[in-house]
Design a protein around this ligand. Structure first.
Ligand SMILES: [Zn+2]
Length: 344
């Protein structure tokens, strides 16, 4: 019923089909980041690649969506759920020549902007906000204003103050549009589709039958056929990766939830070895490896486990995006303050 059984006239997808397809590809991003981090731990040469995992994902996402929009008139996830982009839900109108034709170049371009570049920009703005607000927190701890000029710190303060409102309004805009779609008060699932005037509808029975023939017809040239196969394999690997990652996530959480009655406490993990390119550890391990002074506001770099002064570590990670000792890719979210009897 979900995919195949629908009346000829009712090609409107359900809210749940749209919701599921929207969540499909973003799940791949943490999976890709995790895989790159594992490889970077074993092969330090891959550290710069692991640090650019967002950009790598965006490039991969762009190629998959461009191919899918041109071939299937739908995004990858929409094509997976048997949907396509058009201008009407009605099968009778869908047989109209304009509807059956491919998406125009402008529509493909605007779809790519909304599917790939808008989420990327939003994510970068989110990280910028977290970084700027974290910086404000560090200034609060140290009482310093950093090395920013007055103009820079004014822009930063304004951004930190205004961004949460912008973020809330943006989310509200999506929430209201989706609520209207759920109650069938609008034809558009997302505000971006509304702005583009593009509807997402289910494939008709004829279109579903025509998909295999289309692939045969398109494989006339050997090179085209090879590229086509490669992209199809990449698409299957991407979607397979999502499911594998979700399965592993479930497995790990299920294992963690299992009652542990054995009384066995595993030995603590072996510390990561300092990198030859990292800073040297002081002989006195109570000192901060960055400033060689007794640690002030101790903070641990979660990705490696080494402890520094909060300010030293924050400034280093913000500049270098890696652990000072092991060179493991790290963000300011990997900084955790350490509380013990001396500094509570
Ligand atoms: Zn220090």
């Amino acid at each position: 019923m979900f995919f195949t059984h629908f009346s000829q006239e009712d090609l409107r997808p359900s809210y749940f089909e749209m919701f599921a397809q929207e969540r499909l590809l973003p799940t791949l991003k943490p999976a890709l980041r995790f895989v790159l981090q594992v490889f970077a731990q074993r092969h330090p040469r891959l550290v710069p690649v692991a640090m650019k995992s967002d950009e790598l994902f965006t490039l991969l996402h762009f190629l998959l969506e461009l191919n899918s929009l041109r071939k299937n008139q739908a995004s990858c996830a929409e094509a997976f759920y048997g949907l396509r982009r058009g201008h009407t839900f009605s099968a009778r109108e869908a047989s109209n020549i304009v509807e059956q034709g491919p998406l125009s170049r402008t529509e493909i371009f605007s779809s790519l902007v909304c599917l790939v570049f808008v989420p990327y920009t939003k994510q970068k703005l989110d990280s910028l906000y977290e970084e700027a607000s974290g910086h404000a927190l560090a200034d609060m701890f140290t009482g310093s204003q950093g090395v920013n000029t007055q103009q820079e710190s004014l822009i930063k303060t304004l951004f930190v103050k205004l961004y949460p409102t912008f973020h809330a309004l943006y989310e509200l805009w999506f929430f209201l549009q989706q609520l209207l779609f759920l109650f069938e008060k609008t034809k558009y699932y997302s505000p971006w589709l509304r702005l583009q005037g593009i509807l997402v509808r289910r494939l008709t029975a004829e279109e579903l039958r025509a998909v295999p023939n289309q692939n045969v017809a398109n494989s006339s040239s050997k090179l085209v056929s090879f590229v086509d196969k490669l992209i199809r394999m990449l698409k299957i690997a991407a979607i397979g990766g999502v499911f594998a990652f979700k399965f592993l996530e479930w497995l790990v959480s299920a294992e963690n939830k299992m009652p542990k009655n054995t009384g066995f406490i595993p030995s603590p993990p072996v510390p990561l070895r300092p990198s030859s390119k990292g800073i040297q550890l002081p002989t006195d391990r109570t000192l901060c490896p960055l400033c060689s002074q007794p640690r002030r506001n101790p903070a641990v770099c979660v990705s490696s486990g080494y402890v520094f002064c909060y300010q030293c570590l924050f400034t280093f990670i913000e500049r270098e995006s890696q652990c000072p000792v092991t060179k493991m890719p790290s963000t300011i979210h990997d900084i955790q303050r350490v509380f013990h009897e001396q500094n509570i």
